[in-house]
Write a protein that binds this ligand. Structure first.
Ligand code: IMP
Length: 191
């Protein structure tokens, strides 16, 4: 089994990726390699952030590794919060603060279309590869469900009756932005 270091401090993402990848690769966390660091994320696109994060960790460790970055893009908000999804309600804000802000901004708005976009940058043997995944849906008018993280309680993927926060993990991972990007990465690694 090969090892891949996942350049994230987000324990939710780590669990999701481990579930999606299964047994083919062993996913190492920053903790596993004794790295206690803040990873910079200062680019203007999710692809730029994924590249920035993975380069930072690769330069520190020299290990095969990958990083992801995700943005929630809401049509009626001209694509916001986008690359600012993590800190939309301000530096140090919580997932709840961010949800409150988008629900407030969408009060009375009929067009609730949105999508999650995820970019993964993988470095193996010094070479960079980018994989992308996307899922379309709508923003609900109130929170539904308690699982998942981030904007999951208000994101209803197209063709489904449950928000991401109401779904069992395997269902979310099977259709999500991150699940789709990871699937492409695994396919590339195993072919
Ligand atoms: P990041 O920069 O990739 O960590 O993602 C930015 C923000 O998007 C996170 O802080 C979450 O609020 C949100 N996010 C990322 N992935 C998901 C997801 O799978 N579901 C819900 N929200 C997510």
């Amino acid at each position: 089994m090969s090892d891949l270091l996942f350049a994230t401090n987000n324990s939710h993402k780590l669990r999701e990726i481990q579930e999606i990848i299964g047994n083919e690769f062993r996913i190492l966390s920053l903790k596993d390699v004794k790295l206690d660091i803040d990873i910079p994320e200062t680019q203007e696109t999710i692809e730029g952030n994924a590249v920035q994060k993975v380069r930072f960790v690769y330069e520190l460790t020299g290990l095969n590794c990958f990083a992801d970055d995700t943005g929630l893009e809401i049509d009626a908000l001209n694509g916001r919060p986008g690359v600012y999804s993590a800190r939309y309600a301000g530096e140090g804000c919580s997932f709840d603060d961010n949800i409150n802000k988008i629900l407030r901004e969408l009060t009375g708005v009929e067009n609730r279309k949105a999508c999650f976009r995820c970019a993964i940058c993988l470095i193996t043997d010094g070479e960079e590869h980018i994989f992308q995944g996307r899922v379309n849906g709508v923003i609900t008018t109130e929170r539904k469900g308690t699982d998942g993280f981030g904007y999951d309680p208000v994101f209803l993927p197209d063709g489904h009756r449950q928000t991401f926060a109401m779904m069992p993990a395997y269902l979310k991972n099977g259709i999500s932005h991150r699940g789709r990007a990871v699937e492409k990465m695994v396919k590339w690694l195993t072919c």
